[in-house]
Ligand binder design. Structure first.
Ligand code: SF4
Length: 266
């Protein structure tokens, strides 16, 4: 595995890696201390708003390949945190992701995850790790709509039952490390009614909400204005829940959800 190229935007740095079999994956350095790494070459979940999964799944990354995205950059960058939030669904490559997690931990790094929560038995294993944050993508509470937005992420009912049952067993301190993500898609899931329903879930589970801003990678989904984004934030905020907004790093063209690409040509 080798580092092929660095691409810089105003705020972030994207790193393109070539694997032994010539496939390519990407990692992004953002916030001045965090490296977002990929866990698979492609993704089988198939979210229509995401570039990473647009070509399907090629293969899993090995534990070494996940770790090497950090190893090849650690002398160049002040990396303190790893976010397993790049290309791929970490739970669909759980064994290798968990091995890589321990490799990162041995280096004294903080490690957090972004996941669709599927498969749910692996989500339970992930929740038991000494992680530094898990964000589960919800995006809608309508089963049919979620099937469209996250086509191969299993049933929403199963996911919610798993979260309800398991989160109850966690201490308040541990629950604070769990967040539910809501990617705002204009005209798709941004109604007041849907946002209030999401806020209710967040409150019931005693977790945090992450309201994600969409960096349009598919013309089918329009870019939201800052005012519209703010309106949705205020609806959630009015329900007295903890809500995090996308930072400027995430809003950057190389930082938003779904902007990483498999096999980018250099
Ligand atoms: S958003 Fe995440 S889960 Fe969905 S296709 Fe992209 S990488 Fe996979």
């Amino acid at each position: 595995m080798r580092l092929l190229q660095e691409i810089r935007s105003e705020l972030n740095r994207l790193y393109l890696f070539e694997l032994e079999d010539r496939l390519r994956v990407e990692a992004v350095f953002y916030r001045g201390d965090t490296l977002c790494v990929s866990s698979q070459v492609g993704c089988a979940i198939g979210c229509p708003f995401c570039l990473s999964g647009s070509k399907g799944l090629f293969r899993n990354l090995s534990d070494e390949e996940i770790y090497s995205q950090y190893r090849l950059l650690k002398d160049k960058l002040p990396i303190k945190r790893i976010a397993v939030a790049g290309i791929g669904e970490p739970l669909m490559n759980y064994q290798n992701v968990e091995r890589a997690f321990w490799m990162f931990k041995r280096e004294g790094l903080k490690v957090s995850f972004y996941t669709t929560g599927f498969p749910t038995d692996k989500l339970l294993s992930l929740l038991d790790l000494p992680h530094n944050g898990i964000t589960v993508s919800i995006h809608t509470l309508d089963e049919k709509k979620r099937k469209h937005l996250l086509p191969h992420a299993g049933s929403l009912k199963d996911l919610l039952e798993t979260l309800e049952t398991h989160l109850k067993t966690l201490s308040k301190r541990k629950r604070k490390k769990i967040s539910l993500a809501y990617l705002l898609l204009k005209g798709v899931n941004d109604s007041q009614e849907e946002l209030l329903e999401f806020a209710k879930l967040v409150k019931t589970l005693g977790v945090n909400a992450v309201l994600l801003y969409y960096n349009s990678t598919n013309p089918q989904y329009a870019q939201m204005s800052s005012e519209e984004y703010e309106r949705c934030f205020l609806i959630l905020k009015s329900q007295n829940i903890r809500v995090t907004l996308s930072t400027r790093y995430r809003k950057d063209k190389l930082g938003g959800c779904g902007t990483l690409m498999v096999n980018r040509s250099s």
